[in-house]
Design a protein around this ligand. Sequence first.
Ligand code: MN
Length: 251
Amino acid sequence: MGAHAPALVISDLHLDREPGPLLDAVLAFLKGPVRNASALYILGDLFEYWVGDDAGFPAAEQLAEALQTLEIPVAFIHGNRDFLVGPDYAARAGMQLAPEPLHAALPCGPAVLLHGDSLCTDDTEHMAFRQQVRSGEWQRGFLAHPLEERIRQAESMRATSRDSSRMKADAIMDVNAGAVADTFRDADVPLMIHGHTHRPAIHDLTVDSQPRQRCVLPAWDEHPGYLEVAATGPVLRELDGSPYPAHLLHA
Ligand code: MN
């Protein structure tokens, strides 16, 4: 670890309540590539759902213990599934709850980091849901319910979201080019990193005559991997450190 060590970025692990192979994979990742990193950024949907920091789901608590032992900064941005992760869990995990979009100084230069669902503006149904559940009033109301009731509601929201995703056209579930351009413009940086769409890739594009790169992170329940951002730029890797398979990248 040092000033020139790469920053690592992950998202969309979709960890379940109980320990399993995905938890094992992330624990191995923390003991492996993360040990040589300068920082770890987790860009949301770390968990399949989150019903409050008091739930004490076994997989999440084991993960918190492992994150707590890291000696590097860990930043977390909420996803559309784990938007209720709060300060108590963040403290147990030793991670910073970061604002979205997050402006970060990465080894290759300035970047803007976000979960990615805010870029999918063509999915008007999700945008309405996002606005609702991100309101403090809705969140306080939800968290006021007993744990079992919160779990029941979260399971039902998850089922609804899965059903409606199946019905939506592919293009609606991807980012909107205008939203991407606006985000680059607002952040005024050459590099954007996000997850959510499950379409891993590094896209080269031009916004306002400036060359830009948009990195999309892989989903761990499909084919796990991470983005390594060294001084030379971003590279998508599999968990064993080899380059992410080209045939799984989205054009
Ligand atoms: Mn997501």
